[in-house]
Design a protein around this ligand. Structure first.
Ligand SMILES: *Cc1c(COP(=O)(O)O)cnc(C)c1O
Length: 412
């Protein structure tokens, strides 16, 4: 998106505001599907938790994507966006049997990631085929907050427990129609992914009625110049070859599935904020903006780097800034960052603000969550309004108790 478009959006919808460029989402979707165009049956299930606005879900649906969901509420959002239940997979962790049964009753594919629920679900619903989530014990990336396939991870059923899975399947008479893994959000290395895939292929051979193998996600996108990016085209070639060979060996054409979140939406997003205060201290220059980790938590939570551009003055002299929020708590977005000279009132933009940004926002400090805008075919469309005071108090219950009485009786 051009700087002028971003500035016009900040003027029209106020600040702070999230903006998503539909053309970037579409091109990422096409890039991923093209990388696998030699696979007979490919299914891309968009991970709703990355960005769950209904309009985004509708866009995904129009592209032919299914949805990957982690709560019954995400399933209901998908259904509301017009996605067919058969195009949704439910991949929760640690949720109740009751929630899994409710989602299953909607006609959604269930993915189970522990032996306890597998046994209970299989006993009660032996005729509902389920997918199982495997933990291949592969360490992806170096950050334990986002590596979910390693030995200490809470996700998935250990590959060492396959004999127990097979016993449960036999005892209950249930059927396994898919095997799944999701090793984390930062797979740097195509070879690590391919290594984990081999473990999944080995696992798959234990089950005779598979319809699909789901390789999860973990595609990396660049957040700053020089970042390593998953080479999707190379990965597509290598995995396609291996997958097609597997299907031959298995004796059936099955579906190859992925669940990309970040890959599809991260780069589509900009988060716009206004600079309230420039504060020169003895050690740095702070630029305080009209938002905080209540609206964008990734820098504080994951130590994520988001590029920041001064859209009001993109070509100015560069200076060093610490960009901080307005929350009464340390909320640093960037330390000692080179940015084109900022004056109070300027609008700055965070890049890569499509994935895990709005969807992780909160009302901390009793601030309103920002609006969301879709930039589509040269026009800005408001797809979520800014919250109001009404939203803050909507569910608060004003109880009919007078707190002043006691004080009165004490004083009298
Ligand atoms: C979060 C999640 C994804 C999406 O991961 P990205 O890194 O955003 O692509 C996919 N599958 C499951 C099960 C997830 O929990």
């Amino acid at each position: 998106m051009e700087n002028e478009n971003l500035l016009a959006i900040a003027r029209e919808f106020g600040s702070p505001v999230y903006v998503y460029d539909s053309s970037k989402i579409i091109s990422q979707y096409n890039r991923l599907s093209n990388a696998f165009n030699n696979v007979k049956q490919l299914k891309l299930n968009y991970a709703v938790k990355a960005l769950s606005n209904l309009t985004i879900l509708k866009l995904m649906n129009s592209l032919g994507a299914g949805l990957d969901t982690v709560s019954i509420q995400e399933v209901n959002l998908g259904l509301k966006a017009g996605v067919k239940p058969s195009n949704i997979i439910f991949t929760p962790n640690g949720v109740s049997l009751e929630e899994i049964e409710k989602v299953s009753a909607l006609g959604v594919q269930i993915n189970i990631d522990n032996l306890s629920i597998l046994e209970q679900f299989g006993t009660k619903h032996p005729n509902t085929p389920v997918c199982i989530r495997i933990n291949p014990h592969v360490m992806a990336g170096g950050n334990s907050k986002i590596s979910v396939g390693h030995i200490d991870s809470k996700f998935g059923i250990s590959i060492h427990q396959i004999p127990h899975i097979l016993r449960i399947v036999e005892n209950t008479g249930m059927s396994i129609n898919g095997v799944h893994m999701h090793t984390g959000s930062d797979i740097l290395d195509v070879d690590v992914f391919l290594y984990a895939s081999e473990i999944l292929f080995e696992t798959a051979k234990n089950f005779k009625n598979l319809d699909f193998i789901d390789f999860g996600s973990g595609f990396k996108v660049p957040y700053k110049p020089g970042d390593i990016e998953t080479n999707i085209e190379e990965f597509g070639k290598k995995l396609t070859k291996r997958f097609n060979a597997f299907c031959k060996e298995y004796g059936k054409e099955i579906t190859l599935g992925f669940e990309p979140g970040k890959f599809l939406v991260s780069e589509s997003g900009h988060f716009l904020a206004k600079v309230n205060v420039i504060k020169q201290t003895t050690s740095t220059v702070f630029a305080s903006i009209d938002t905080g980790f209540n609206h964008l938590i990734r820098p504080m939570f994951y130590n994520s780097h988001h590029e920041i551009i001064n859209v009001s003055n993109p070509k100015g002299k560069e200076r060093f800034y610490s960009v901080v929020g307005y929350i009464c708590e340390t909320d640093t977005f960037a330390r000692n960052r080179r940015i084109s000279e900022i004056i109070e009132g300027d609008t700055i933009a965070f890049k890569n603000a499509g994935a895990y940004c709005f969807s992780m926002s909160s009302n901390y400090n009793s601030r309103y969550r920002p609006p969301e805008v879709l930039w589509h075919e040269g026009k800005a469309h408001l797809i979520r309004k800014r919250e109001t005071f009404e939203d803050l108090i909507r569910n608060q219950v004003d109880i009919a108790v007078s707190f002043s009485k006691e004080t009165e009786s004490v004083s009298s």
